[in-house]
Design a protein. Structure first.
Length: 298
């Protein structure tokens, strides 16, 4: 009897870890999904790829996938370059099918506008799926211009980015944001302007392609700063794509900002057409945000 009880206790002891393992069927399998609007211009693509690369090298062993939100660009890429880039929902369904349990979604958007909201909608929809077609955890990283702190951080990055040009007191930096006409997130451009004014008053002038401030607002502001005689035009966007090359710097586009400024008397206008995604400090900021999000979730 004594022997029987001893072996029974032993058997139970041996079974406990086996049972808890059986209950916890699988271990956590994390994955990351970088989401961009997308671009079909190979030169501009570097900006997106370098952000993906920055995340990959920071989290070795975690798969980092890429999705584009623009269907026009996705279809163009498929047709012209034979490259298939998924939508956020396709990419998440694929990660689910491959058995990943936790996903960190990393939008590369500047403002928490419509596009960003749509990425969140998809992520939260997947987050609401119980059972095998959902995830155990899904979280979404904030955009760059997310509140006062985010704007101050981006302002610091812009100060470094243009530090050489700012040494010349006659140079003004004109930044073209995308802008969103119907969403309150457009106000983030003014929040960033405030942060830039505090760091270098009268040196940075933010406008947007699709909303306010417009190029007319920028010129009105420039007139209040007659000491600014030389202008540098640069995109306030992750990618220097169509908007940067045509709406901002297009020589053949009569209404491009470069031509509008020249017509209105600013003759010394140069361009710096590099997407913010290629800026090492923007890449580090993205990685920092991902770390912060993961730490909050733990
Ligand atoms: Co656009």
């Amino acid at each position: 009897m004594q022997k029987f009880i001893t072996s029974l206790v032993l058997a139970v002891l041996v079974m406990i870890p086996a049972m808890s393992q059986a209950h916890d069927k699988h271990e956590d399998r994390p994955a990351m999904l970088v989401v961009s609007f997308g671009t079909s211009m190979p030169e501009a693509r570097k900006a997106i790829d370098s952000l993906v690369e920055a995340v990959r090298s920071e989290f070795p062993g975690v798969p980092v996938r890429l999705a584009f939100t623009s269907n026009i660009i996705r279809r163009k890429l498929q047709k012209e370059q034979g490259e298939s880039v998924p939508t956020p929902s396709q990419a998440l369904a694929q990660l689910n099918d491959e058995g990943y349990t936790h996903v960190t979604v990393i939008p590369t958007h500047m403002i928490p506008g419509e596009e960003y909201d749509e990425v969140c909608d998809v992520a939260w929809a997947f987050g609401g799926i119980d059972g095998k077609f959902g995830f155990e955890g899904i979280s979404v990283c904030s955009p760059f211009l997310d509140g006062v702190k985010g704007c101050e951080t981006v302002a610091d990055i812009l100060m470094k980015r243009f530090s050489e040009r700012l040494k010349d007191k006659e140079t003004g930096i004109i930044l073209m944001g995308h802008g969103t006409p119907e969403h309150f997130a457009n106000a983030q451009y003014l929040q960033l302007q405030l942060a830039l004014n505090q760091k270098a008053y009268g040196r940075f002038f933010i406008g947007t392609v699709e909303s306010a401030p417009t190029i007319d607002d920028v010129m009105a502001e420039l007139k209040r700063h007659p000491e600014i005689k030389k202008l540098v035009l640069s995109p306030l966007m992750i990618v220097a794509g169509d908007h940067a090359n045509n709406d901002l710097a297009g020589e053949d586009e009569p209404d491009s900002w470069i031509n509008t400024l020249r017509k209105n008397g600013w003759k010394d206008v140069t361009t710096y057409l590099v997407g913010l995604g290629e800026d090492k400090n923007i890449a580090s900021e993205l990685v920092r945000k991902v770390h912060k999000l993961i730490d909050e979730d733990d």
